[in-house]
Design a binder for this molecule. Structure first.
Ligand SMILES: C[S@@+](CC[C@H](N)C(=O)[O-])C[C@H]1O[C@@H](n2cnc3c(N)ncnc32)[C@H](O)[C@@H]1O
Length: 309
């Protein structure tokens, strides 16, 4: 405890120190990109750990986030965040929470400086880390501008994320996983993938008030095909589609009536409706019988081990 004499003696120094601290803090608060560049000025093309820094143009950033149907409910993670512009745009334009993972520590400081300048520090953070070591599994939307090989080598981790997660990449694809959507802005491409639910295997369908039947599904990424077995009659599925958790297909029943299923996949269960042309919808549930089919397409691609050592 300071005595009242000591308090009186030190009061001027305390006031001076406080004034100096407030002045320094006010000066340290960056107001513009130039303020951030005064501390560190990145150069386009500067080397990064696995890929150089080249920023995605503003318009394409917006397009990528729009393609991914980003909303304020989403958590967006940019892999290889550079100056943080995708993470910042996700917060500023779409109200999302966002995180950028960037390997270069100077770039991380610079990006966090821009986060402050853009006034999104309550929603956005850029962290120093290696995309091959950091966990990004909690994201609803993943964005990247990397290289084909890097995309391929994070692909198995993306495919292990919750069905419906949206992934968007500037310029580079993901090997043989065809995108769900492609966009072009000023001759630059952006791609969107939606993480598909795992549906490969045999499913027992139960229709309210109707006969049960089995559907065997083969799956490679979001591409599905299969056949239905009903009262000893086998029929191919027609127009089968899978988008995240949403699944649809049609087939002819043993009476030759075309029936269409629309449903939602939740783990080993599906729920949805069946409708005959011109008829009413009836509720259906389905349960996976036995083990899910193997999914070699979801495994780590050959040659990627070196990134994970
Ligand atoms: C092409 S830039 C893209 C920057 C930003 N995402 C954009 O689209 O504007 C790629 C960034 O990834 C960073 N990077 C390279 N290898 C990385 C790694 N293994 N982990 C994290 N960041 C990495 C680089 O430093 C660079 O800033």
């Amino acid at each position: 405890m300071l005595t009242s004499v000591a308090r009186r003696r030190f009061a001027p120094f305390v006031a001076l120190a406080a004034a100096a601290w407030f002045a320094a803090a006010a000066q340290a608060q960056p107001k513009s990109r130039a303020d951030c560049e005064a501390i560190y000025k990145p150069q386009v093309g500067q080397s990064g750990k696995d890929v150089v820094w080249v920023p995605t143009p503003d318009e394409l950033v917006t397009r990528m986030l729009r393609m991914a149907k980003t909303t304020a409910k989403d958590f967006v993670i940019d892999l290889g965040a550079g100056d943080g512009k995708i993470a910042i745009a996700a917060a500023k334009q779409f109200g999302a929470r966002s995180l950028g993972i960037e390997y270069n520590p100077d770039m991380v400081k610079f990006a966090n400086c821009l986060v402050q300048v853009e006034g999104v520090a309550d929603k956005t953070r850029i962290v120093q880390g290696d995309i091959f070591k950091e966990d990004f599994s909690k994201a609803d939307v993943v964005t990247m501008y990397l290289l084909p090989e890097l995309n391929l080598c994070v692909r198995h981790r993306v495919l292990a994320m919750k069905p419906g997660t949206r992934v968007t990449s500037h310029q580079f694809t993901m090997g043989d996983w065809a995108p769900d959507e492609t966009a072009e802005v000023d001759y630059r491409s952006a791609y969107l993938w939606i993480v598909p639910a795992r549906v490969g295997g045999t499913w027992l369908f139960r229709e309210a008030g109707g006969p049960s039947f089995t559907v065997t599904l083969s799956q490679t990424f979001q591409k599905i095909s299969g056949e239905v077995l009903q009262a000893g009659n086998r029929q191919p599925l027609v127009g089968a589609t899978l988008s995240g958790e949403r699944i649809s297909f049609a087939f002819n029943d043993p009476k030759g009536v075309t029936r269409t299923f629309h449903g939602t996949v939740r783990g080993n269960e599906m729920t949805g409706t069946l409708r005959a042309a011109g008829g009413a919808e009836t509720p259906v549930t389905a349960t996976l019988q036995g083990r899910p089919a193997d999914a070699p397409w979801a495994q780590m691609a050959a040659g990627c081990e070196r990134f994970y050592k």
